[in-house]
Design a protein around this ligand. Structure first.
Ligand SMILES: C[S@@+](CC[C@H](N)C(=O)[O-])C[C@H]1O[C@@H](n2cnc3c(N)ncnc32)[C@H](O)[C@@H]1O
Length: 355
């Protein structure tokens, strides 16, 4: 396995199963207004919006549309949008979304959309070219697996053995600094970046980690396959789910340290965002629909990394292992809908490029 993920499940599957990520983006609307108000770019009519980790684009259309409206209200007339994701992202579905009825191009036909297929831990476009950057539900992904982890019975930050946790946190810290350093190069002086990602509450002991309940369930289901001999135990021991929800202290550390001369911190805070699957279940009590939708949401973001890091080593083949694992999940959620909540704390970080 090289990178942490090859992206979300494509062909419209992520778009159809990412209403939680849409809620996260909508929860940041007032922060986006603050970000536009905090811009200190030279007066002029040109502006470029960037969306880092845009995926197939259904959610990107909505949030980018908000950003363009805010920039237009500040007098921008010539605007471009840079959609960034991994080269292996489903760019075809993004292009279709741009041509579709929900596209921001319907409202702003003069805007030009640009694609930047490059990992966001490096610069993905020209220096000093971005006016307003955004990133939703993406910057918690690591660039790669943490080195030399040995976690035979666990999967994630929340359940990692004490001697393994430092390796996970070191990778997360190094990746976050790289992400911010790349954005510091790309932002125009006075340009602003708003990042929303999974967070952790470091003020409580043990640290409260977003999605811990879901990862507990995924771990239980994968261990069933390991214990059946379907997945080699040494493969699973070397795998760690490469998403790390950060605390406020971890998120702000580079801004008080190596990047303090380039980026100014405007806001950093944690806000819970309710899972729409849980909200629907609380209303209807329909456990089967809850289990199906919660599993499809999980599959959309997790299948690619699990295939590359775990399922491809399965005795019966990757397809069979993936289908078995997600079927086990769905069955467990239908039988015990209250046992594995998607407990979210969304971490928002807003910074401005100095200079
Ligand atoms: C959960 S999706 C979020 C998509 C969209 N922003 C939303 O809110 O629905 C996370 C996205 O981050 C992308 N991603 C992960 N690692 C990345 C990297 N190193 N560089 C660029 N994109 C990355 C994934 O490919 C995926 O499309």
């Amino acid at each position: 396995m090289t990178g942490a993920t090859e992206g979300m499940v494509g062909g419209g599957y992520y778009d159809a199963n990412s209403s939680f990520q849409a809620k996260v983006a909508a929860s940041g609307n007032s922060l986006l207004e603050q970000a536009a108000a905090a811009l200190m770019v030279a007066p002029g009519c040109q502006a470029t919006v960037a969306d880092y980790g845009c995926s197939e684009g259904r959610n990107s259309m909505a949030i980018v549309g908000e950003a363009l409206t805010l920039l237009a209200a500040r007098g921008a007339t010539d605007m471009a949008v840079l959609h960034n994701d991994l080269p292996t992202n489903d760019w075809g579905t993004l292009a279709a979304n741009l041509a579709g009825p929900q596209s921001y191009l319907k409202v702003f036909p003069a805007v030009r959309a640009l694609f930047a297929p490059h990992g966001f831990f490096e610069r993905v476009t020209l220096p000093a070219s971005i006016t307003l950057g955004m990133s939703g539900s993406a910057a918690h992904w690591l660039s790669r697996q943490p080195t030399d982890t040995d976690m035979p019975r666990t999967l994630y930050r929340s359940d990692a053995p004490q001697d393994q946790l430092p390796k996970i946190l070191a990778q997360a810290a190094s990746d976050w600094e790289s992400f911010l350093a790349a954005r510091a190069e790309e932002l125009q002086p006075g340009g602003v970046l708003l990042v929303q990602m999974l967070g952790s509450d470091g003020a409580v002991d043990p640290v409260r980690v977003s999605a811990a309940g879901l990862m507990t369930l995924m771990n239980v289901c994968i261990l069933t396959l390991v214990d059946d001999g379907e997945i080699p135990s040494d493969v699973y021991a070397g795998y760690c789910f490469p998403v790390v929800p950060r605390t406020i202290a971890e998120a702000t550390a580079p801004l008080a340290g190596p990047l303090a001369d380039r980026l100014e911190l405007i806001h950093c805070g944690l806000t819970p965002v309710a899972s729409p699957y849980q909200v629907a279940f609380d209303k209807t009590g329909d456990a089967a629909t809850f289990a199906r939708d919660y599993t499809a949401f999980t599959r959309a973001f997790s299948e690619s990394t699990l295939r590359a890091g775990v399922f491809r080593f399965a005795r019966g083949g990757a397809d069979n292992a993936a289908n078995r694992m997600y079927a086990l999940m769905q069955k467990a959620l239908a039988a015990h809908p209250g046992d594995y909540p998607f407990d979210d704390l969304t971490l928002a970080v807003m910074v401005r490029r100095r200079g």
